[in-house]
Ligand binder design. Structure first.
Ligand SMILES: Nc1ncnc2c1ncn2[C@@H]1O[C@H](COP(=O)(O)OP(=O)(O)OP(=O)(O)O)[C@@H](O)[C@H]1O
Ligand SMILES: [Mg+2]
Length: 330
């Protein structure tokens, strides 16, 4: 299957000013990130808070401009597009955020919140509302909800509205950024299942961002693990979860609560040692080295390139260069 989205070596730093308005440095939020999202596939992106997941999503839509790199949507580099063409690409990649309440208009009915995206794009109100009814039904909201206002809905229902509003533009790509993180576990499961159903029904390709490893495992065909703005490992979800290679992926999986049927238990394994370093002053070489049990001298001087460790499975760690395999305990 072909890639619908190909990202090559994309980077973004944010300048940070001191109290007097002078430049103090730069936060390296995303650094040379590359990946592909397959047509009708789901790519999960995981990593601790502040590792650059949302910045990456915003870069893909050009809500912020990258410092370097390439983003190809069906072969076209969207970084070269003029404003008018960019508008179309933005319609093709719709986002669903963590907090739907802040993105819904409290003064508009549910129906008009969903229809709005169509009528600002030139459709008649009547036609837009007709389509909105269709998408409200598609996300499982009864038509009796159409005339209600966002404040009268539960968190899960509001998230359904936000999904309907994204879908009405018929985007081939949906980017869900922590879309279920604010919901109770039981509601979370319902919304995840809804994403799965909608993905099939509307042939969507899904970029699924979450700090919750269980959620990402449930949703994804492929997974990419980020640490301090860099990709440390990516591969097919089943491989990555059953045999993680990168010391960070291993630590992340070992420190996560595991999900068994109906119970959430804490794994016995140790949490990741040390604090996440500041992205204002990230470690030289491999950014994970200050928390890594396997770090050696050259990790401070060289940035590890991704090494292929299996079909579609890559890891950016010197341990996996030829001859090093035997040293890894996974
Ligand atoms: N506009 C900005 N100006 C300065 N720094 C920023 C800006 N946006 C993001 N950052 C910084 O970039 C880094 C990555 O942030 P980002 O929000 O992308 O992380 P994240 O992985 O989405 O985190 P979370 O899981 O908490 O949502 C953080 O250190 C953040 O403080
Ligand atoms: Mg985020």
């Amino acid at each position: 299957m072909d890639a619908i989205l190909e990202v090559s070596s994309i980077s973004k730093s944010f300048p940070v000013k001191s109290g007097w308005g002078k430049a103090k440095g730069a936060v390296s939020a995303v650094k040379e990130v590359s990946f592909a999202l397959q047509e009708q596939g789901t790519l999960g992106i995981v990593g601790e808070s502040g590792c650059g997941k949302s910045t990456l999503a915003r870069l893909l839509l050009r809500l912020i401009e990258p410092d370097a790199g390439e983003v190809r949507f069906r072969g076209n580099n969207i970084l070269e597009l003029k404003d008018s063409e960019l508008q179309q690409i933005r319609q093709s990649m719709q986002m669903v955020f963590q907090n739907p309440y802040s993105s819904l208009n409290p003064k508009m009915t549910i129906l008009d919140n969903v229809a709005f995206n169509l009528w600002v794009n030139g459709q008649s109100k009547q036609e837009a509302r007709k389509r909105a009814h269709y998408y409200l039904e598609a996300v499982g909201l009864p038509s009796s909800y159409a005339g209600r206002y966002p404040h009268s809905l539960s968190g899960g229902q509001r998230q359904r509205v936000a999904i309907a509003r994204a879908l009405i533009l018929e985007p081939p790509i949906l980017i869900a950024d922590e879309a279920v993180s604010a919901l109770d576990k039981s509601v979370q499961a319902q919304v995840l299942n809804l994403f799965q159903d909608l993905k099939k029904e509307f042939s969507l390709s899904l970029l699924f961002i979450s700090h919750d490893l269980n959620v990402v495992e449930y949703m994804s065909d492929e997974v990419m693990v980020m640490y301090l703005g860099t990709v440390v490992e990516k591969g097919p979800a089943d491989r990555l979860y059953s045999s993680p290679y990168h010391p960070y992926t291993q630590a992340l999986l070992n420190s996560a609560p595991s999900m068994e049927v109906g119970v959430t238990t804490l794994n016995k394994h140790t949490p990741i040692k040390g604090e996440l370093p500041s992205p204002l002053n990230p470690p030289s070489g491999c950014r994970f080295r200050t928390r890594c049990n396997f770090a050696e001298e050259r990790c401070a001087h060289q940035v590890p390139e991704p090494v292929k460790v299996g079909p579609g499975h890559e890891v950016a760690c010197f341990l996996y260069e030829t001859g090093h395999e035997a040293r890894v305990v996974s």
